[in-house]
Design a protein around this ligand. Structure first.
Ligand SMILES: Cc1ncc(COP(=O)(O)O)c(C=O)c1O
Length: 288
């Protein structure tokens, strides 16, 4: 079951006109919320980011926060599996092709939910390989835009190399990866670039910051030089689907000891605890 413009329907029946500006221009924004045991993780934070993306691209938000939440929960309830990735996108709608915004197009809303695929246990334990590339995307990477050709081209660089991610540098500094944020550990301190127009403000990135603070692990948001990434003791990527994953080889060279490090193990365990706590609270709320 998917949701399209106010109706639930089988995916085979969902149709969008070819003049939708999402199809013609990639003119829209999206979100992806992980759902564990039918409890959406950090739904408010995802909806707040959607509101910011919509405002940044001047697309009218068709629903209130409460309406979004209700539709998402209804879609989650209609799936035959418990752990889900809810993808939703809003485009500027259908209009005669013209770059300038149409006067009265109605935003198109599409939501689907697929089984959530987290990295398999062996990959979490062993760590994964990444490669690097120059970040040649536009300067509004803080908007979760459906125009992902830049990210797709960069992700393909690592796919072609048999690696899980492409870590990006702009002007000699770390930004993020093609579909994740990046953290570095050096001398026991966790480092990551501060939020700016050059990175997506990841929901998982914020969770890591909270966990680090609660666990009294030193963390600094500051510019991270490419040379610091290459000399890191540990390197991690984070995203809603990958959670936190250790990168143990970068461009074919071992990172630190070539296996997930002690700070990773600590943060990974805290992340799983945090998730369990949120899920238990969610279940109690749903039962009440
Ligand atoms: C470019 C980019 N950066 C970072 C992230 C991580 O964001 P989140 O933790 O909200 O999933 C994503 C997620 O898809 C992304 O596409």
């Amino acid at each position: 079951m998917v949701f399209l413009n106010g109706k639930f329907m089988p995916v085979e029946e969902a149709r969008v006109p070819v003049l939708d500006r999402g199809f013609i221009f990639g003119d829209g924004v999206y979100e992806l919320i992980p759902v564990y045991s039918r409890v959406p993780f950090r739904i408010d934070e995802h909806l707040a980011r959607l509101e910011r993306s919509l405002a940044a691209v001047r697309i009218r938000n068709p629903y209130s926060r409460a309406e979004w939440r209700d539709i998402i929960l209804q879609l989650v309830a209609r799936q035959p599996f418990d752990d889900q990735g809810v993808y939703f996108q809003v485009t500027r709608g259908v209009a005669k092709r013209d770059h300038a915004f149409p006067k009265d197009a109605v935003p198109t809303v599409f939501i689907m939910s697929n089984p959530l695929v987290n990295p398999p246990r062996e990959v979490v334990e062993r760590g994964a390989a990444a490669v690097t590339a120059v970040d040649n995307r536009w300067q509004r990477c803080d908007i979760k835009s459906i125009s992902l050709i830049g990210n797709c081209l960069l992700r393909q660089v690592s796919a072609d190399a048999g690696a899980v991610e492409t870590i990006l540098f702009r002007d000699g500094k770390l930004t993020e990866a093609s579909a994740s944020n990046v953290f570095v550990v050096k001398g026991g301190v966790i480092l990551s670039p501060p939020k700016s127009n050059l990175i997506l403000p990841g929901i998982t990135y914020d969770v890591i910051a909270e966990i680090a603070q609660a666990g009294k692990l030193p963390l600094e948001f500051r510019d991270v030089a490419e040379s610091e990434v290459r000399a890191a003791d540990e390197l991690w990527i984070t995203s809603s689907s990958k959670e936190v994953l250790a990168i143990v080889a970068l461009d074919g060279k071992a990172v630190g000891g070539g296996k997930p490090g002690p700070v990773f193990h600590r943060v990974y365990a805290l992340y799983q605890e945090f998730k369990q706590k949120v899920m238990r609270a969610g279940k109690e709320r749903q039962a009440a």
